[in-house]
Design a protein around this ligand. Structure first.
Ligand code: MG
Length: 245
């Protein structure tokens, strides 16, 4: 029996999905930066940077993603950092180094993306992130994944963020597909990922292993189209849908 393929593209969230969730002290994540930029006032600066970041995430949540994540430049502006200074350039290296251990790609990703592409399915990324594209691409290149991604949308470059429809549509455009009913979204957040994807008419697969902090959770009554315990299982789900089940 021949059935028309029903999935043209699979789009992935990044944090907690392509890269496994790590519970982190997000103020402490700013210390290495702050210690280089202003060693005398490092603790206060780390707190200010965290507060700036949080204020942006809060607006993203309260606006339903209509106000996106902005980018790190916005965080530095709010925190009063001089991004033209040599201290900032050196501090950025310390910041990225501190994040490095928490960005490793799930080992299921390379075989999964290779198999999806071998099935003729486009692979994309849609991440709510303040990081510039080059940081994400460096991480993907380090882990041998970059060449397996057909298109990626990082909300540091867009006006809207998940769960806003504009973010999901931009991700479809990035991989060159136009029918959301033929797109599957894979993510770890019920509101940003599952609810957002289903709102535009995509199917959504939940990876339910992230310990999302209480204050970041937006209550939502949502039922994912599938739940996988590990990322590799996405292939079975997509193949099942493509076989007409
Ligand atoms: Mg995530």
């Amino acid at each position: 029996m021949t059935t028309r393929r029903s999935v043209d593209a699979v789009l992935f969230d990044w944090g907690g999905t392509l890269t496994p969730w790590h519970s982190l002290d997000l103020v402490a994540q700013w210390y290495p930066y702050a210690q280089v930029y202003d060693p005398v006032h490092a603790a206060g600066l780390a707190q200010r940077l965290f507060d700036a970041e949080e204020s942006i995430w809060r607006r993203q949540r309260e606006s339903g993603g209509a106000e996106g994540t902005g980018n790190l430049a916005r965080v530095f502006e709010i925190a009063g950092v001089d991004v033209g200074s040599w201290q900032h350039a050196e501090a950025m290296s310390a910041y990225l180094e501190a994040w490095d251990p928490h960005t490793y790609t799930d080992p299921d990703v390379v075989p999964l993306l290779e198999a999806l592409r071998a099935d003729g399915i486009k692979v994309g990324v849609l991440s709510n992130t303040m990081w510039p594209r080059e940081h994400h691409e460096a991480v993907f290149a380090r882990d041998g994944v970059l060449h397996l991604i057909d298109g990626a949308v990082y909300t540091s470059e867009t006006a809207a963020g998940k769960p806003h429809a504009a973010a999901f549509r931009a991700a479809m455009t990035a991989v060159g597909v136009d029918d959301p009913a033929r797109v599957v979204f894979v993510g770890d957040r019920p509101w940003d990922d599952v609810h957002g994807a289903q709102l535009v008419g995509m199917r959504a697969i939940l990876v339910p292993h992230s310990e999302i902090p209480e204050h970041q959770q937006v209550p939502v009554d949502v039922v994912p189209d599938a739940v996988v315990q590990r990322l590799g299982e996405v292939l079975d789900v997509v193949r099942r849908w493509n076989s007409g089940d």
